[in-house]
Ligand binder design. Structure first.
Ligand code: G3P
Length: 221
């Protein structure tokens, strides 16, 4: 079964700087041993060091739609690609964008042949995001983010409804889910509900033993 796991380091100290590289090394070991794809999204200044050190897909936590030119402070898709990023999150609940900004960020990634993960907070925005033809739409109920309560147990309907809504708009788009995911059962149920993988953060990044937590995560697939 092909499952995609994306570990978001956010701004946790446990995922900052060299810690991002250590987490990426754990992701690589577990991905190889379990035969799943595990990518990591460190902070933007850590993309280069992570991508240089570890051979797994590295994602940015944010990207702008800016092209080359006079856009001081913008996160330019080409620059993160040259730093080693394979793709980016767009519109995370902790980094909300306007619809126009989501569209231009997705277009900038596509132009650079990079993967896009548009995060959404409900079923109707999942449908809207699917219209932009990203690689993935990731449904994450904001109230469950960082809660330790898994979306696949607490709100399974939001996963199935998002999968259906996205497919009605764009049959090619794949749906991920996230929020409170940490255990093998959370991932297994998410996949049974139609998700192609998960987006997760605190359950792994802040675990006493992140590698052990990753092995647990993939233990039932
Ligand atoms: O980007 C993933 C995220 O928002 C979920 O966070 O800590 O609930 O796994 P967490």
């Amino acid at each position: 079964m092909s499952v995609f796991i994306l570990l978001n380091c956010k701004t946790f100290d446990e995922g900052t700087g060299e810690n991002a590289v250590k987490l990426a090394e754990a992701c690589r070991e577990v991905a190889q041993s379990a035969g799943v794809e595990i990518a990591i999204a460190p902070q933007i200044p850590d993309i280069y060091r992570t991508a240089k050190s570890v051979d797994i897909p590295v994602f940015s936590q944010h990207v702008d739609g800016a092209g080359p030119g006079s856009h001081t402070g913008a996160i330019y898709a080409k620059a993160i690609k040259e730093a080693g990023a394979a793709g980016s999150l767009i519109n995370h609940s902790e980094r909300r964008l306007t619809l126009a900004d989501i569209e231009s960020a997705a277009a900038a990634l596509k132009k650079n042949k990079m993967s896009s993960v548009i995060c959404v907070n409900n079923v109707s925005t999942a449908a809207a995001a699917a219209a932009f033809n990203p690689t993935y739409v990731a449904i994450e109920p904001p109230e469950l983010i960082g809660s330790g309560i898994s979306v696949s147990k607490a709100n399974p309907d939001i996963i199935t409804d998002s999968v259906d809504a996205a497919a009605r708009i764009n049959p090619h788009v794949k749906v991920l889910c996230g929020a409170g995911i940490s255990q093998g059962e959370d991932l297994k149920v998410a996949v049974e509900l139609g998700a192609k993988g998960v987006l997760l953060a605190s359950g792994i990044v802040k675990a006493d033993d992140p590698k052990g937590a990753l092995y647990n995560l993939v233990s039932l697939i």
